[in-house]
Write a protein that binds this ligand. Structure first.
Ligand code: CMP
Length: 375
């Protein structure tokens, strides 16, 4: 049996639940535009019911085959089944299977019961890999967002109360109570402005102007906080990923945590295929590379030099300001840590002992190449 996600698995079975959900949701949506009892209604309702049957069967199969999941190797079959049923995926599959029966049991008429098929859209959530990132971002931004929401509600209540005071005599129908004025306040503060309620007094219009500008400021703040939290979260992910890679390079292994943290900020990881030319002889150089895993070859004559994991290359152009001394090709799929020239200077300032080691090796290579050329 193929393992889910195994190398030979085609993409189609993986996205099948989403394709089936799409067919079911489309049929449900289209069915709301047909005449009850018409041929189109019967066909579309048939598709919705068919999709529901597939989801019920799919849920039963998922429970049955849960112990086959490769990551659950060694876990008892019942525990694997229970874990699946309690997972987010399990809950979504259960909701999908219960959608239509829930409608029938609550006594909704047939076509209305079908509307619950909209929960099948939850199946898409599993596909969106960025969702966990989004949740983390929202969690990170929550305290700041909460302050903005508080300010929003304070302005909303004040705007509703003031507009009621200013407008109740001029427009007793539209602004007859604060709850009614709240509708105007939210439409104005959110800068939506339906135009169904418009202040007529000068004070009311001035208030409207202030509320609109406050709305723009609040949403700008809101967007700024979320964007900032996104940037911080991405930086955090980059930091953690790069940390593991840096810790794997023997060159950095003797450093303490503080020094590694400094260096991690300067490096970025690059996954490179075999056959990629990372450096071309004669070009100017703007970065050097540390090999975390894989292999690179400096194409020196007469004998190319293999550079294994832990080695670095591309330092000579940075150290001596010369063009690249030779071409360097990746000969095995590799993970490299890239250090740009500007960050190389920062490293030289912060960690001169490291740059001294790089410099010594660069000098040794330069001398060796010069000796070879002389021979
Ligand atoms: P750079 O000149 O910037 O670009 C080519 C790189 O190949 C060079 O830096 C070194 O990192 C590497 N290189 C050059 N000569 C040798 C050598 N003799 N042994 C190992 N690596 C070398």
């Amino acid at each position: 049996m193929h393992r889910p996600g195994g190398p030979h698995r085609s993409r189609l079975p993986v996205i099948l639940p989403e394709l089936v959900s799409t067919a079911g949701i489309m049929a449900m949506i289209a069915d709301t535009g047909t005449r009850p009892g018409s041929a189109a209604d019967l066909v579309l309702s048939g598709i919705v019911t068919g999709v529901w049957c597939l989801f019920v069967a799919g849920y039963a199969l998922q429970i049955w085959s849960a112990p086959e999941a490769p990551e659950l190797h060694g876990v008892s079959a019942w525990r694997a089944r229970r874990d699946y049923m309690l997972s987010a995926s399990g809950w979504i599959d259960l909701l999908a299977a219960l959608a239509l029966p829930a409608g029938w049991l609550t006594g909704l008429p047939g076509r209305d019961a079908q509307l619950l098929a909209i929960v099948w859209a939850l199946k898409y959530i599993r596909r969106t890999s960025g969702l966990t990132l989004l949740l983390r971002v929202m969690k990170r931004a929550l305290p700041s967002l909460a302050s903005v929401v508080t300010v929003f509600f304070v302005i909303l209540l004040m705007a509703a109360t003031l507009s009621y005071v200013f407008e109740r005599e001029a427009q007793p129908g539209a602004f007859s109570s604060i709850p009614q004025a709240l509708w105007w306040a939210i439409v104005t503060l959110s800068t939506t402005g339906y135009g169904d309620m418009v202040p007529a007094t000068i004070a009311g219009r001035l208030l409207g102007a202030v509320v609109m500008v406050s709305g723009i400021v609040i949403f700008a703040l809101w967007a700024g906080i979320i964007a900032n939290a996104f940037a911080e979260e991405l930086q955090r992910r980059h930091f953690l990923k790069t940390w593991d890679l840096v810790a794997d390079v023997p060159f950095f292994q003797d450093l303490g945590a503080a020094a590694i943290a400094d260096i991690v900020r300067l490096l970025h990881a690059r996954h490179v295929h075999a056959g990629t030319v990372v450096i071309r002889e004669g070009e100017s150089g703007d970065s050097m590379y540390f090999i975390v895993s894989g292999e690179a070859t400096a194409m020196l004559a007469p004998e190319p030099v293999k550079l294994k994991s832990g080695a670095f290359f591309g330092e000579m152009a940075l150290l001596f300001g010369t063009p690249r001394s030779t071409t360097v090709v990746i000969t095995k799929p590799s993970v490299l840590l890239v250090l740009d020239v500007a960050d190389f200077r920062v490293l030289a300032g912060k960690r001169p002992e490291l740059v001294n080691v790089i410099e010594a090796e660069g000098q040794r290579r330069r001398d060796a190449n010069a000796a070879l050329r002389r021979d």
